[in-house]
Design a protein around this ligand. Structure first.
Ligand SMILES: Nc1nc2c(ncn2[C@@H]2O[C@H](COP(=O)(O)OP(=O)(O)OP(=O)(O)O)[C@@H](O)[C@H]2O)c(=O)[nH]1
Ligand SMILES: [Mg+2]
Ligand SMILES: [Zn+2]
Length: 291
């Protein structure tokens, strides 16, 4: 019997099986077979146990893709969500999310939430930083319910994960996208005075026929990637039209004379902040320990 993991908490996996509903499963033996730790989003082979509603995951089926942060598998696209303020967007972290998605070949859509808290200039500033980054950019407000329909249209018939730091409004947006769920969000907990309701586990939310969105925990760092420093440039679409014209073959675009990328930055054709974060990430990859 096949199903899909929609939630995983404390060693239990909740597997949705069409026609059967949700089974509470363990994953005994699955590590030995294909050495995979099951992830939310995995398609799995399950067997029923005698106790009602319980099962065992016997096998994880082949993945189309997987992410480690957030830990999800078989994703069609990602909404990379940051807030305009509270917290301020950390563009170095944002760029890391975009690089990670490109590396995994998962189309990323950049969503800036909490637009109700800032003015037009701040929006335009971010638009200019990311206009050549190759991803669609949306400016929304969960609070004012602005831009929600635009997001909804992008989700049709896809499995979409949200990704981003904590507190940017991922769960708040998901609440609006699917009015029948009510994920715990900060605002609800504020009312009942129990501290923040931070999302702790990745979780599937059913939005319609073949349409799912995954709420995921936020995190505030993304360490160096599994890549060589020379690969980094390929994750910057705005470098594409210039990099063939650098004076030196294999130019790292960090210090070389005759670097077209650096010139394009000076000319204002490549955004400075994007470029500075490229330099920082390049340096980090360069200093990465080799194992
Ligand atoms: N002003 C404003 N506040 C918002 C908006 N969206 C969310 N918030 C508030 O931001 C706080 C965090 O929202 P959550 O939806 O819990 O954020 P999250 O991204 O799910 O956070 P984690 O689960 O910790 O990763 C709550 O207090 C929300 O009410 C918005 O558009 N405008
Ligand atoms: Mg949340
Ligand atoms: Zn160069």
């Amino acid at each position: 019997m096949q199903g899909r993991i929609i939630r995983g908490i404390g060693g239990f996996y909740y597997v949705y099986v069409s026609g059967k509903g949700i089974l509470e499963c363990k994953a005994k033996g699955v590590f030995r077979k294909n050495k995979l730790k099951p992830l939310v989003g995995d398609f799995v082979e399950v067997s029923l146990l005698s106790e009602e509603g319980k099962g065992n995951i016997d096998q994880v089926l082949e993945r189309k893709n997987e992410l480690i942060r957030p830990a999800v598998a078989n994703i069609d696209q990602a909404l990379v969500i940051f807030s305009m303020t509270g917290p301020e967007p950390n563009l170095n972290l944002l760029d890391r999310f975009l690089i990670m998605m490109r590396q995994k070949e998962i189309p990323g859509i950049l969503v800036f939430n909490k637009c109700d808290l800032v003015g037009e200039e701040q929006r335009e500033r971010l638009r200019s930083v990311y206009e050549k980054s190759g991803c669609k950019i949306l400016f929304v407000s969960a609070k004012k319910q602005q831009g929600i329909r635009e997001i909804k249209e992008l989700l049709e018939k896809k499995t979409t994960t949200v990704a981003g730091p904590s507190g940017v409004g991922k769960s708040s947006l998901i609440n609006l996208l699917q009015s029948s769920v009510n994920m715990e969000t900060g605002s609800i907990s504020e009312k009942i005075q129990r501290g923040k309701h931070t999302t702790r586990h990745a979780e599937f939310i059913f939005m319609g026929e073949d349409t799912y969105i995954l709420d995921t925990p936020g995190f505030s760092s993304l360490a160096v990637f599994d890549m060589e420093k020379e690969e980094l440039e390929q994750y910057y679409p705005e470098f594409e039209e210039y990099k063939e014209n650098c004076r030196f073959h294999g130019c790292s675009h960090t210090h070389e004379p005759g670097c077209r990328i650096k010139e394009a930055v000076e000319e204002g054709n490549i955004n400075k902040e994007r470029y500075y974060n490229y330099l920082l990430i390049y340096e980090e990859l360069k200093n990465k320990k080799k194992y």
